[in-house]
Design a protein. Structure first.
Length: 340
C-alpha cells in the first residue's frame, strides 16, 4: 500500500533535521528550485544531506519513511527536464530491500551543531505504553529550555515521565545542569531511556531507583557544573513513592512533558509534586514547568481546577520564538509554571 506523502519540505523537516543546512530557502521555494533546476546538482545535494548523510546512514530513520521521502523526491525530479540521477534510484532500490522494523532512529539537530539521536518505536503504542516515542510537548519544552538556559544551568533538574529522553538529553547538551535525573516507571521505557542516554554520549550512574542521592558525599552545593552533568535514571511511581524516599533528590527544577493526558494521572502528579516540595531539607520548593498538548479541554480544565483546590498557583508561559524542532507555533501546546 502506498504511503501518501505531504510536501517534500515537510517530509524533510520531520526526520532529516541532522542533515541541514541546505540552500537557505523557505521550503516552497526549495521545492520550486528543485522543479526548475537545469541539472541534478541540487537533487544530489538534497540526497546527500538527507538519506545519505553520514548520521542518517549510521542511525537511519524508518524504512517506511525513507521510502516515502525518496519516492516524493523522485516525483519532483521526474517533473523536470533534468537528466535522471542514477544514485537516487539506486538509493531507493537499497531502501526497498530493507525490512520494516518495530524501531527506528530519529536525529534532531541542535543550534550548537550537536544533535540528539534517539531509538524510538515505530508505533504510537507498543509494549503496553505510549512512552516509547517522542511527543510534541517534549519538543516544545526543549525549545523553551534552550531559550531559557539560566533556569537549568548549575542546578539539579528532575524530569518526571522522561519517556525515551529527548527533553532531558537536549537540556543536558545545551543548558549545563549540574545534575539531571531522568525518571519513569515503565520497565520498557526505562530500558530504552538508558540506551538513548548512552547513545548520546552521557553516562547514567548505575542502579539509581529510590532513595537516590543527587549530591555525592563530601561535595558542597553551589559548585559549578561540568560540560557533561551528573546523570541518573530513577524509577518513580508517583502513586507509591513516599516523601521520605524522595529526600535524596532535592531538585531545584522539576519538568515534565506530555504527562497530563488522562484525568486519572492528574491527582497522582499533583501528589508527587507535593511530596517533592515537602521533602526538601531547606523547605525551598522547586521551580516546576509542565508542557502538554491540549487534546481534551476538559482534562486541561480539570488540571487547573485540581491545582487551585490544593492552592498551587500557576501561570501560562508566553510562546517562545525560535523553532528548532517544530515546523510552526503549535496553538494546542502550552507550558505551565507552577508555584508550590
Amino acid at each position: 500500500m502506498a504511503v501518501p506523502g505531504p510536501g517534500l519540505g515537510l517530509l524533510f523537516q520531520r526526520r532529516f533535521l541532522a542533515a541541514r543546512p541546505l540552500p537557505a530557502l523557505p521550503w516552497p521555494e526549495l521545492e520550486q528550485a528543485l522543479r526548475t533546476a537545469p541539472d541534478s546538482s541540487l537533487l544530489q545535494d538534497i540526497l546527500h544531506k538527507t538519506v545519505l548523510h553520514p548520521l542518517c546512514v549510521k542511525y537511519p530513520p524508518s524504512t517506511k519513511y525513507r521510502r516515502c521521502f525518496l519516492t516524493e523526491l523522485i516525483k519532483k525530479h521526474e517533473s523536470t527536464a533534468a537528466e535522471p540521477l542514477d544514485e537516487l534510484y539506486e538509493t531507493l532500490a537499497g531502501v526497498l530491500k530493507d525490512e520494516e522494523s518495530t524501531q527506528c532512529y530519529k536525529n534532531y539537530l541542535l543550534p550548537t551543531g550537536d544533535c540528539v539521536t534517539l531509538l524510538e518505536s515505530t508505533a504510537m503504542i507498543s509494549g503496553g505504553t505510549t512512552g516509547l516515542i517522542t511527543w510534541e510537548a517534549a519538543l516544545h519544552l526543549s525549545e523553551w529550555a534552550m531559550e531559557n538556559p539560566e533556569v537549568f544551568t548549575d542546578r539539579t533538574v528532575l524530569e518526571l515521565g522522561s519517556g525515551i529522553g529527548f527533553t532531558g538529553i537536549t537540556i543536558c547538551k545545551t543548558c549545563q545542569p549540574s545534575t539531571f535525573v531522568f525518571s519513569d516507571c515503565h520497565p520498557c521505557v526505562l530500558r530504552q531511556l538508558r540506551e538513548n542516554i548512552r547513545l548520546n554520549g552521557l553516562t547514567p550512574e548505575p542502579g539509581a531507583t529510590r532513595g537516590i542521592q543527587t549530591q555525592p558525599q563530601g561535595q558542597q552545593g553551589g559548585e559549578k557544573s561540568c560540560p557533561n552533568p551528573r546523570v541518573m535514571v530513577a524509577e518513580l511511581d508517583w502513586g507509591s513513592v513516599t516523601a521520605q524516599e524522595l529526600l535524596g533528590l532535592q531538585p531545584d527544577v522539576v519538568i515534565a512533558a506530555d504527562v497530563v493526558y488522562d484525568p486519572e494521572v492528574i491527582s497522582a502528579l499533583i501528589g508527587m509534586l507535593q511530596k517533592l516540595s515537602s521533602s526538601r531539607a531547606d523547605r525551598k520548593a522547586p521551580e516546576v514547568f509542565l508542557a502538554f498538548t491540549i487534546r481534551n479541554p476538559d482534562t486541561y480544565q480539570l488540571l487547573q481546577a485540581q491545582l487551585d483546590n490544593v492552592r498551587i498557583r500557576w501561570q501560562i508561559l508566553p510562546a517562545h520564538g525560535k523553532r528548532n524542532f517544530l515546523d510552526e507555533v503549535q496553538p494546542n501546546v502550552t507550558i505551565l509554571q507552577l508555584f508550590l
